[in-house]
Design a protein around this ligand. Sequence first.
Ligand code: TRP
Length: 449
Amino acid sequence: MLAAVGSAVGLGNIWKFPYITGEYGGGAFVLVYLICIALIGIPVMMAEILLGRRGRRSPINTMRELTRSEGTSPVWRLVGWGGVLTGFLILSFYSVVAGWAFAYVFEGAIGSFNGLDGDGAGALFGDLTAAPDRLIFWHTLFIGMTVLVVANGVRSGLERLITWLMPLLFVLLAILVGYAMAAGDFARGLHFLFDVDFSRVFTVCDEAGQCGYTAEPVLVAMGHAFFTLSLGMGAIMAYGSYMPRDASIASSTIMIAIADTLVALMAGLAIFPLVFANGLEPGAGPGLVFVSLPIAFGAMPGGQFFGTLFFILLVFAAWSSSISLVEPAVAWLTENEHLSRPKAAWIIGGLAWVLGIGSALSFNLWSGEEYQIFGKTLFDIKDYVTANIMLPLGGLAIALFTGWAVGRRLPESELGMRSARLFGAWHFTLRYIAPAGIVLIFLNAIGVV
Ligand code: TRP
């Protein structure tokens, strides 16, 4: 359970949630995201955990085992394979962002944040992302750290450390929210996050001033619900395989979802008041957190200490997430191919490292239009496609497999819920609401409905 919280709470909460909320205009986007967490994320997470606990293997072999024992089509095994691929792709940009956090630990420590204004913060971040060697250095270090932990098994010291560091991260976020109340434009931040104005979020205008409906925010909100809960690629299935028989899947899932959502909302409450008070652009993109929080650290009492500590905790949060991205692949390699865990971890990490070079270069050498597809850099594409397409597809398959293919008995016995009505409600949501929601959002995004 703690490992799953460690996996869920990461850059998705503190880096990605604020930046996409800023890009997609605030309140209405947040509401759609919360609905997706409740109606798609929670039921699918319960399904993913129960499959893992029933299979007790790596996701690839769990799916093979279950398709056999339940007599279903072998096509469902694609869930395992697709998940391994998705995990790779995510790690290959995740580690670059974790690298930014790493770099900022040192920037904080040497006092680079002191007295920073909006322009200064933008320049500090711009200098970092303009330097391929610096980005690749931190990316390499982060992949190395991830591999080291995975090589020694998921239940290593990091998880025990996270037990202490997570609450600390929470406290620090609370301090930042307090600071944002005192020094930021808190009212405006609050309105931005929680005023639901569908017309503003779901309208786009082109250069000629023509405005129309856009389905994209809904797709991105759903994608982020998967991303932030680590769903749809087998990470939670792999962790479920270590879960004790007597632990309650339903209550663990609810607790993970609540903790994860709280961290994201607190990050938003800390960041947006500062964004508005300092004249920053909420839609500034992936750098949003890295240009807003340093201003606060540069101005608050004890900011050098708090700033350094904050980015240290962010690196740890990213670290405990990234290990879950490689765990399905490594667990599979060690089961089937008779590789040792360290060897498997180095192979997977090495591949993600190579792929990650492209993410690092997306901000400098390969940032030009000739390197873009649909106006997106390699980094943007990996971020967009994994979260908004691959994870929801994985989640859809998990929902359909658990809800329809394996029958009712397996989930019923594995969940062991005391209330038949609650089980019924979950089963119904998993069979109908979650799949229909995912499919409708997909169809809506490509303009069919
Ligand atoms: N949930 C993590 C975050 O919010 C990222 C993550 C870890 C993830 N493992 C995952 C996302 C598996 C999707 C799938 O930072």
